[in-house]
Design a protein around this ligand. Sequence first.
Ligand code: GLA
Length: 740
Amino acid sequence: MHIFSHEETKTFHLCNDEISYVMTVLPTGELAQLYFGRSIHDRADFSHLLEGAVRSHSAYPVDGEPFLSLEHVKQEYPSYGTGDFRQGAVELLQENGSRISAFVYSGYEIMAGKPALEGLPATYTESPDEAMTLIVTLVDQVAGAQLQLSYTIFREGGILARSARIKNCGSHTLRLERAMSLCLDLPDCDYDWIQFSGSWARERYPVSRKLTVGTTAVESLRGHSSHQQNPFVILKRPDTTEAHGEAMGFSFIYSGNFSISAQVDPYQVTRMLVGINPEWFSWVLEQGEAFQTPEAVLVYSLNGLNGMSQTLHNLYRTRLVRGEWRDKARPILLNNWEATYFDFNEEKLLQIARKAKECGVELFVLDDGWFGARRNDRAGLGDWVAAKELLPEGIGGLSRKINELGLMFGLWIEPEMVNPDSDLYRAHPDWCLHVPERTRSLGRGQLVLDYSRPEVVDHIYGMLYKVIHEANISYIKWDMNRSLTECWSAGAAPERQGEIFHRHILGVYALYERLIKAFPHILFESCAGGGARFDAGMLYYAPQAWTSDDTDAVERVKIQYGTSYGYPVVSMGSHVSAVPNHQLGRITPLKTRADVAYFGTYGYELDLNRLSDQEQQEVCRYTAFMKENRELIQFGTFYRLQSPFEKNVAAWMVVSEDRTRAIVGYYRTLNTVNDCFTRLRLQGLDPEKCYCVKDMGSFYGDELMNAGLVTSERASEKQGGTVLSSSDFSSHLFLLQANE
Ligand code: GLA
């Protein structure tokens, strides 16, 4: 890892064993992008990579100087209006009404490690030798603004973390109308763009298309990252597969409105922009004030999509997630939501917990409905005081009784929301986002509290602190069940209303930070009507996230498969639930439900008392299996093998760091008859090692990765066992152990 800075040519080259990132200062002072990709030799002068042309209708700041048209130069942080007609990274409204800006180079600084971003989630280092950071400073003298572009290269992995900071250094008020976190101009457009889209109960399905001239984009304007789109996009070469080829990931460490776009110009240059959605965003910068963008992470891999995902998994698992739980195998939990919904009392909960304990569960989680007048989803949100008619001794009493059973206790909260039918709302009707005299649109019967106001965050903190402090709480599920509407704050001046979406999410982060600091031992799981806030921003506060409200095993293979492109297995909340499945009525075998849920945090979302004795024994075995294997599954290297979006059979696997153990999850949706012969080519094994595949025999790693594992029914029968049961929705786990 090194950052070269060549004073004479004003060229910067950040590199490690995997990647190089090269920039230079143009004669006119703007910062130009020269190269991003596999690591290359350093040289003092890369200016031959600067491409320009004299073209009709283009604008040139120096007449006849072809290399200086901003329409053709690849740039680091462009703005519209001085020759570049593409979307810019920054837009600054000045007092005279002009939005033209020109940031020119003024200096740089290189430092060991990586500075934190105040109030924002970001990747970090634990020792300064893990990364190096380059901060390039540019100024716009006319506007009186300073721009600082920050680039961190890590010692390990093809990763570059970026953010920008804009400061008003002049004597007039400025208004920031756009401040992206990352701009990357790539020299061609021969890429497939992959986004992760969906809706409630079908989050993060990969959707792919070829880039072509024009703009391809995903965004959220819902106030959270959303079910619909995810702040993560991949560009891959057309021939890149899971195992081979070039791929880049663009991940945004942010949980609010975002935009990720690829704009391909007529010369096939691709401009990638990642940042806060400029729609509905503006930020007033008074003299001396600065705006810090969230961080965007750029990942590069030549080892296919799996290589790209693994780089991101490692980074997020070890240097984004924080706290005591980061490196710990996650407890097996039982959540009462699908077991009881709102219909419970203390005795019923204890009955469920007792059986859970018998089946090896470690953590009992009480979901929605325990507080205020919350007997259904129309009332009570905002009143974080236990309902005495359900829990006579409050949360303190219940947590004690749960602990006495030998279980940890966890609790559900939804602190950003308020029901109109609540004491909080009656006392503070202006504490929700709303516009005076206009309708306050309800979602699931609730309104969104205005977290841009510190006094609101303070008040909620006070209530939650009391509940948590008076009980023994090991885990919190933090939910968020509606998108933001009428986003206006009674606490902000008219000219600052464009700040509210961002200030709101800063308030959410601030509350998380306070609770984490006050209760560092608590394991947080984020949730938003399932997976509507499954983003890298949340992982900084909550090491795991509820992946989806859809707990059906067949659907979950798709959702977890899609989620794995950008997020580690250990971050995915995954539970075995009852059948018929509550979301879509499907009946799947208990074994299949467990075989899918293992690839995540693992838990149960049902009343185990309602299972037969035989099923309960099965559950005991499954729990024991997960306890034995969770280190491998949650911290091993994950490979996608066969996509559920393409075939009737899906597969993935995890391999231990020393490559002596592996588990392959193999799932078939519909049963087949007289089917084709099938083989599954594994990945990530040691070619020299001989592996015993349980019930199948012993095979060398090179054979399993090249010839593949024979999975056809007939072949496995010959080996003395059937791989899959002869029914729909069946699954099998192949357990691999290297022979001594
Ligand atoms: C959301 C969550 C569920 C459950 C309910 C409770 O839908 O995703 O898991 O907690 O809220 O109301």
